[in-house]
Design a protein around this ligand. Structure first.
Ligand code: ADP
Ligand code: ZN
Length: 716
């Protein structure tokens, strides 16, 4: 029998099955590997030619539901698509080994009615407490009777108390599918009916749910989830920043009477076990999770929702590189279920799939309850009268003043954490850089010190320039959110200002707490990075100031324009979400740039058509396909040699080009040198097979690593 191991080994291994052991395909089994015993999954019948008696036998079958055939096919599919081994994909699906054992029964204590031979005051208190005949957890017995734990244990040995097993509570309370939702508008009802129909049909059916922020997409897919639940099927909602979506969880709970099960990399062990097992047994009905939730072994999945489908954080860029949105579509296809891709700004990939007739599109044209879209204008920074070391232009300052006078809230958006992105010596021009990465060190004043945003390295800000030794010559260059907060506080001394960035908040609870404070109007000016741009609904927020709208537009990324447009559109959508109209000011050095023009005019169709044409002419995705190949290692010479070696043996052919090698823009990362190759393939070319036959024979040695990134989003 073949057993796939979630370890860096080439393929499934053969094992013998002892008589009387039932290990069906998909079963999680313990097998010997060298001197160890490890978990693996029964992957199929044994190979030919190996005598059964020469094989080592599996050691046992774990009491967990076997991975379904669909789940196994999904794992194999992802491995093939991403050009990885099935083992490394299986590893992502088994990341909850504590879930493979039966949950330990909860033991409680109950009085037997017997009298102890020796009575003490403590024992008497316990007996009086237990006289009502109820079973209690040992902890509660001690607590309620006010005695130490040993007293109850002594009474158990004396036969006065007995242990009984308590039925397990459901780990996650089930949502109620019949809980009433809000009355849907006509457009919403139409979209909900279409999704409901798709859920009932139980067929693969990708639907793009498109609507401006605030149009009620969430309400619409909640309705589809209710339909799935009513048909005894599970639902999965993928969210880009699950750790920060307290608002989402609250809304879900308000709608369905119970929160969904949550899944992301920081979920504590106990919950991890319950959610993994619950997904497999069917006890957990709805999971809201980050991209890794896609690898949960659902028993009867009926619907997948990918919220903010255009969001770049769906792309995993280390280990197995995959795009969770695309893999969600693949899983839905194997499960034969609908998948809903939601966004106010669907990715070009998704829109082109609509054009090609592969996805259906359903739109929600206006904001719920008629809230108007905000008015968007640019501030030309080449003409603005800017003071030295200041980043808020006069028009933005004026708008902020008005906003505060009206008792409304403002968001200043700058996607830069810390105080200043660069520190430089005014005497010799030396720039403080990370020793492990090709990146500047970013100054953080709130937490103190300098930090590399790539490897996390921290150091104190030096007193003197490390190169020329001049004292007091280091100057902060450019703004981060902390410096902006300083400027805002200087200009509006009475205003309550808060920063929302991943490093100024301690974690999900802290983030939720800040969001709640903004909702309660305890904050006047919120200064935030991308984290503040996403999803939040702040009724009194009427002004959005984008401090540097050009950030992210340069560089060789083919999606730079699309991404900037999406992000700025999304940030803009934070303004004026209820009855007060919203206003957005974009500070830019190029007001005539197509992205700025598209935002100001609201003419997104023209912008998208232009983007599509540009990509098509260049053979870029989604009209052509790309794969990144990164060679990395601690020794630059060996990295370069392997990269050149690869290039010499690169596949060439009709519809297939290989560019490079060249040092990556981020040529040093965490102490590893990096070189890149880029494979460009026409739509019809067999990209993955070509990569396989090129790269499979290569066995990197001496700390070298080779990483393949199909459909890369990052070119660093
Ligand atoms: P989106 O997901 O498109 O950004 P939401 O679903 O978050 O939009 O809706 C925006 C706001 O409008 C939310 O507060 C939501 O509860 C409310 N809302 C949307 N549709 C309705 C409806 N039919 N009835 C009542 N409130 C609604
Ligand atoms: Zn670094």
């Amino acid at each position: 029998m073949k057993v796939l191991l979630p370890l860096p080994v080439p393929g499934p291994y053969d094992y013998a099955v002892p008589d009387g052991t039932d290990a069906p395909p998909g079963a999680i089994v313990r097998v010997p590997l060298g001197a160890r015993e490890v978990d693996g999954v029964v992957w199929g019948e044994g190979g030919r030619g190996i005598a059964e008696e020469k094989l080592r036998a599996i050691a046992g079958v774990r009491p967990a539901p076997p991975l379904s055939r669909t789940m196994r096919r999904f794992i194999a599919w992802v491995a093939r698509y991403t050009v990885n081994s099935e083992s490394s994909v299986l590893r992502m699906a088994l990341r909850a080994s504590e879930a493979f054992d039966l949950p330990a029964p909860r033991r409680a204590l109950r009085a037997t009615g017997a009298e102890p031979r020796r009575m003490t005051p403590a024992r008497r208190r316990v007996l009086e407490l237990m006289a009502d005949g109820r079973a209690r957890l040992p902890r509660d017995v001690a607590l309620e009777a006010g005695v130490g734990g040993s007293v109850a244990r002594g009474l158990v040995s004396a036969g006065v108390l007995e242990e009984v097993a308590l039925p397990r509570r459901a780990a996650v309370a089930p949502p109620d599918p019949d809980a009433p939702g809000p009355e849907l508008s006509e457009d919403q009802a139409r979209a909900a009916a279409l999704l409901g129909e798709a859920v009932r049909k139980r067929a693969f059916d990708p639907v793009v749910l498109e609507g401006v922020t605030g149009s009620g997409k969430t309400e619409v897919y909640f309705d589809a989830i209710a339909q799935a639940l009513k048909r005894d099927r599970q639902a999965l909602v993928l969210l880009p920043e699950i750790a920060l979506s307290a608002q989402f969880l609250e809304r879900f709970e308000a709608r369905f009477g119970a929160a969904p099960a949550v899944w992301h990399s920081d979920v504590p062990r106990g919950l991890r076990r319950d959610v993994w097992r619950g997904a497999a047994t069917g006890d957990v009905r709805v999971v809201a999770g980050a991209r890794s939730a896609l690898f949960l072994p659902f028993r009867e999945l009926g619907l997948i929702v990918v919220d903010e489908e255009h969001d770049g954080s769906y792309k995993q860029e280390d280990g197995v590189c995959y795009h969770a949105r695309d893999m969600a579509v693949a899983r839905a296809s194997l499960e034969r279920i609908p998948v809903v891709l939601c966004s106010a700004t669907p990715s070009l990939e998704t829109l082109v799939n609509v054009d090609r007739g592969r996805y259906r599109r359903v739109g929600l044209p206006s904001r719920h309850a008629g809230a108007a879209m905000p008015e968007i204008a640019t501030v030309d920074m080449t003409r603005a009268a800017m003071e030295r070391e200041r980043w808020l232009s006069p028009p933005l300052v004026e708008a902020l003043g008005t906003c505060l006078e009206n008792g409304e809230q403002a968001l200043l958006y700058l996607n830069r954490r810390g105080y200043a992105p660069l520190t430089l010596c005014r005497t010799c021009g030396h720039r403080l850089a990370c020793p492990n990465c090709s990146a500047w060190l970013v100054e953080h004043r709130l937490r103190g010190g300098l930090q590399c945003h790539h490897c996390g390295l921290r150091s104190a800000r030096p007193e003197a320039c490390p190169r020329c030794r001049a004292a007091d010559t280091l100057a902060a260059c450019g703004p981060g959110v902390e410096r902006l907060a300083e400027e805002a506080a200087g200009r509006f001394p009475g205003a309550r200002i808060e920063i929302m960035a991943s490093d100024t908040l301690l974690g999900p609870n802290d983030a939720a707490e800040l969001v709640a404070r903004v909702e309660r109007r305890e904050v006047d000016i919120l200064i935030g990075t991308q984290m503040a741009a996403k999803g939040h609904h702040f009724p009194m927020l009427t002004l959005v100031g984008v401090v540097d709208a050009d950030l992210g537009l340069d560089g060789g990324d083919p999606r730079a324009m699309e991404r900037t447009w999406q992000l700025l559109h999304q940030v803009s959508g934070r303004a004026g979400r209820e009855d007060r109209p919203g206003r957005v000011l974009l500070q830019t050095h190029d007001p005539r740039h197509p992205v700025m023009r598209a935002l100001v005019s609201g003419d997104r169709e023209r912008f998208l058509e232009r983007e599509k044409r540009g990509r098509e002419e260049a053979g870029m995705p989604p009209y052509g396909r790309l794969a990144g190949v990164v060679v990395s290692g601690p020794d630059e010479d060996r990295v370069r040699r392997l990269a050149h070696d690869l290039a010499r043996h690169a596949p060439r052919g009709p519809g297939l080009d290989v560019f490079g090698p060249a040092p990556a823009p981020l040529s040093l990362l965490r102490g590893r040198f990096r070189w890149r190759l880029l494979v460009k393939a026409g739509r019809g070319a067999a990209l993955q097979p070509a990569l396989r036959s090129w790269l499979d024979p290569v066995r990197p040695r001496g700390g070298l690593r080779l990483q393949v990134d199909i459909d890369p989003l990052s070119f660093l």
